[in-house]
Design a protein around this ligand. Structure first.
Ligand code: SAM
Ligand code: SF4
Length: 348
């Protein structure tokens, strides 16, 4: 009989501390932290044009975010993704990255990364690399400047491309995220794929998720990646590979380009079984599942005491009710979004 021994994380004094394990025996090792709900773009699938943003007093300070992240790291979380809204528009955000880098130096954190729209990356890439960011995800749904403006409403493709250049020059591996939008960018997928792979970047396609009300009908935006995969396989040789980043994507190797193609298919394939993550919003609300409404307030315990005891108790209580998974449905009958909050609130 073989005995598998889990290595328990320990605090600075070497005292073992309990890892975060949910009711389905999934170890929570990955936290996505949204540091702001604000953004300098208004992507049509993510936000409505006139969004109401949170009042500043509700948003955690950078010091509070730092403490919250440290609490998760002390419980065995070894991957942190900083996201938003647009994380790089939050004032002082590089100070948070610099502070979080101590967990990379201690070895507690295996990866500190971010998801960005790239608008501020030309200025930030070198600093991000200097604090130890080795990879980042960048959202780009088209290579056509006019279409880019139409999808993001406010974005400038050339500025984002300067950000891609800066990240690559700084030695950061860039993965491109592209939301597949019916009738908008579906015909451009091969072009974006060849561009990304030509520059040594992975490409991940994402199905639209029904998160929050936006002006467009979700059913009009939704493009099944099963169809896209079929279409791409007529053009390219797609080979399933076992590559995994700790994220929900399923990966294929595109033989002709040599690059990797990730598919995030929350509708057509269930990506919940191996879920190892939770998300925290910029107000300190912990969501145990992207597609469910249940949440736990971590701001109150964080602000109630300088010690982290209450915070850990709140985290434990929340992880104990992490659901098995979500159930997104996009159709005209269910006109309401699956969950009311926008992706920019929960953090992608
Ligand atoms: N602003 C950054 C960005 O755009 O990369 C980070 C936050 S954004 C919410 C994170 C990711 O979520 C982006 O790749 C975006 O395309 C994706 N996203 C936003 N709303 C979505 C939705 N309703 N369905 C699927 N993906 C969505
Ligand atoms: Fe902003 Fe990112 Fe949402 Fe676009 S997807 S509106 S860039 S938060």
């Amino acid at each position: 009989m073989s005995v598998v021994t889990a290595i328990s994380p320990a605090d600075a004094a070497g005292t073992p501390i309990s890892p975060l394990i949910d009711p389905f025996a999934r170890v929570i090792s990955y936290v996505r932290v949204s540091v702001t709900d604000r953004c300098d773009m208004r992507c049509v699938y993510c936000m409505s044009e006139d969004m109401n943003f949170l009042p500043k007093r509700d948003v955690l300070t950078l010091e509070e975010l730092d403490r919250l992240c440290a609490a998760f790291v002390s419980r065995g979380v070894n991957k942190l993704r900083i996201t938003g809204g647009e994380p790089l528009v939050r004032r002082g955000i590089m100070g948070l990255f610099r502070s979080l880098a101590r967990h990379l130096e201690s070895g507690a954190l295996a990866e500190l990364t971010l998801t960005t729209n790239g608008s501020q990356l030309a200025n930030c890439a070198a600093d991000l690399a200097a604090v130890g960011v080795r990879r980042l995800n960048l959202s780009m749904d088209t290579l056509d400047p006019d279409k880019f403006r139409a999808i993001t409403r406010w974005g400038d493709l050339a500025q984002v491309q300067r950000g891609v250049d800066a990240a690559q020059s700084a030695g950061i591996a860039v993965k491109i995220n592209m939301v597949a939008l019916k009738g908008v960018n579906e015909d451009e997928i091969p072009r974006v794929l060849e561009w990304a792979h030509g520059r040594g970047m992975d490409l991940t396609l994402i199905e639209v998720m029904p998160l929050g009300n936006v002006e467009a009908e979700r059913v009009d935006q939704f493009l099944s990646l099963s169809l896209v995969e079929r279409f791409l396989s007529e053009r390219y040789t797609l080979e399933p590979i076992a590559f995994a980043t700790g994220g929900p994507a399923r990966y294929l190797r595109v033989k002709e380009t040599g690059g990797r193609l990730g598919l995030i298919t929350p509708h057509t394939h269930n990506f919940c079984e191996g879920c190892n993550r939770v998300r925290v919003t910029c107000t300190g609300t912990l969501y145990m599942c992207l597609g469910q409404d249940d949440a736990a307030d971590l701001r109150a315990p964080l602000r109630a005491s300088q010690s982290d005891e209450l915070l850990h108790a709140a985290i434990d209580a929340a992880i104990a009710r992490k659901p098995r998974g979500h159930d997104f449905i996009v159709d005209r009958r269910g006109a309401k979004p699956a969950v009311a909050r926008h992706m920019s609130v929960t953090g992608g």
